[in-house]
Design a protein around this ligand. Structure first.
Ligand code: AR6
Length: 199
């Protein structure tokens, strides 16, 4: 039988930056009720494994249809860029699809491309008037980006963005496994040593 304590997302940490709440959650991003969830897609935009597969399965065919139209109009989506579609059947109204870099040892501009994936996604959310957005740990699965380095880029880019942007009110990092969740927690404590966590 399922342990009832396993239900729902587990929030480890929450802090306020400017007007926004930044939180770390362990769980499945497809259940998030933020205005948008971000998909760690590939340049083809036609779905895949990992979080990409989970989002398309949970959201239904309307997401893929819109991705196909975007593909036909603008071609492949380069790493570091982002596009927005419907959320289909998801609780989130929108899905922001971004493409992280494939890890190649760190000397191929991976950090800049990963930072760009976060920045472009946050900008797209803000430009569309969205208030809340959830991110997975982009590039740290099939694309092989080391989790600690990726967490540093993800969190610093988001902290910088929220420091300048007044419209976004909530950014959640939804980390699937306990290892990734713990690394994010440690990195956030290191980046914000004086923060007052509300949990
Ligand atoms: N909710 C939250 N995080 C998840 C979920 C979920 N439901 N499922 C997996 N993760 P990955 P990438 C985590 O491989 O490295 C796809 O095939 C996972 O544990 O999904 O950017 C695309 O089509 C890991 O921590 O994305 C691309 O071809 C994180 O999400 C390629 O994989 C990212 O793992 C992109 O690779």
């Amino acid at each position: 039988m399922r342990n009832p304590r396993m239900k729902g997302p587990k929030i480890s940490m929450e802090l306020t930056i400017n007007k926004a709440r930044l939180s770390l959650v362990q769980g499945d991003i497809t259940g998030q009720a933020t205005d948008a969830i971000v998909n760690a897609a590939n340049s083809g935009l036609m779905g895949g494994g990992g979080v990409d597969g989970a989002i398309h399965r949970a959201g239904g065919p309307a997401i893929l249809e819109e991705c196909r139209r975007i593909r036909e109009k603008t071609g492949r989506l380069p790493a570091g860029k982002a596009v927005i579609t419907t959320g289909g059947k998801l609780k989130a109204k929108y899905v922001i699809h971004t493409v992280g870099p494939v890890w190649q040892g760190g000397t191929g501009g991976e950090a800049e491309l990963l930072a760009s994936a976060y920045k472009e996604s946050l900008k797209l959310a803000a430009d569309n008037g969205l208030r809340s957005v959830s991110f997975p740990a982009i590039s740290t699965g099939a694309y092989g980006y080391p989790v600690e380095s990726a967490a540093r880029v993800a969190l610093q880019t988001t902290i910088d963005f929220l420091g300048q942007n007044q419209s976004l009110r909530e950014v959640a990092f939804v980390l699937f496994d306990s290892y990734t969740y713990r690394v994010y927690t440690d990195v956030l404590r290191e980046l914000m040593p004086n923060m007052e966590s509300t949990r």
